[in-house]
Ligand binder design. Structure first.
Ligand SMILES: [Zn+2]
Length: 196
């Protein structure tokens, strides 16, 4: 299953695809926000551990649904509008980042998710203690290496395409500007042409 690092990489890739803004290592606040959003559905593990001592007690329920992604997408995009503490990210991008988690769990794992909650509900099977959750988060991230490398490769590819497109646009703008100047010079020279 994708673990926090895998979900974080998918979240960053989703942001890259759905937003014009390019994040860098200097935009730590935005990066942190994206990583939190990408892992938000797994908050149910923490609730399970606190309330039942079992990380699987509420896992893959309502938080792993389309409705949750819409609701939290609205909340997350709204936070940036009301406070400077949070980055300004559009609803569609916040929604896509959160929903990337649900889709990754749906397609990359065997356990079902509650995609259409409240019309369906699924719960993770078995028992997961605090020790098991912590050790899987800390020591099993290597299982997502393939996913992380794929996401990084795709981000590099998307940035290269964006760079080439912006370069081509800049070239076209300069060419259009030069053409406009030539036309303007021609018009001006016609206007100034002395009468014989
Ligand atoms: Zn999950």
């Amino acid at each position: 299953m994708p673990l926090p690092l895998g979900h974080a990489a998918l979240g960053l890739l989703t942001h890259e695809c759905s937003s014009k803004r390019m994040i860098s290592l200097s935009s730590l606040k935005v990066m942190f926000f994206i990583v939190v959003l990408a892992n938000l559905p797994d908050l149910d593990v923490i609730f399970g551990l606190i309330l039942k001592g079992n990380g699987n007690a509420f896992h893959r329920g309502p938080t792993h649904s389309l409705a949750f992604a819409v609701l939290m997408g609205l909340v997350a995009s709204g936070l940036g509008r009301f406070s400077n503490l949070f980055p300004k990210i559009s609803f569609s991008t916040c929604f896509a980042i959160i929903f990337s988690h649900t889709l990754a769990d749906l397609f990359f794992t065997d356990s079902p998710v509650s995609l259409l909650w409240p019309f369906e509900i699924q719960w993770a099977a078995g028992f997961s203690s605090l020790n098991e959750v912590v050790s899987s988060v800390l020591f099993e991230g290597y299982r997502d290496v393939g996913l992380i490398i794929t996401c990084i490769t795709m981000i590099i590819l998307i940035r290269t395409i964006k760079y080439l497109q912006s370069d081509e646009n800049a070239f076209n703008n300069v060419r259009n500007l030069k053409l406009e100047r030539v036309l303007l010079t021609l018009r001006t020279s016609r206007v100034r042409k002395p009468k014989i």
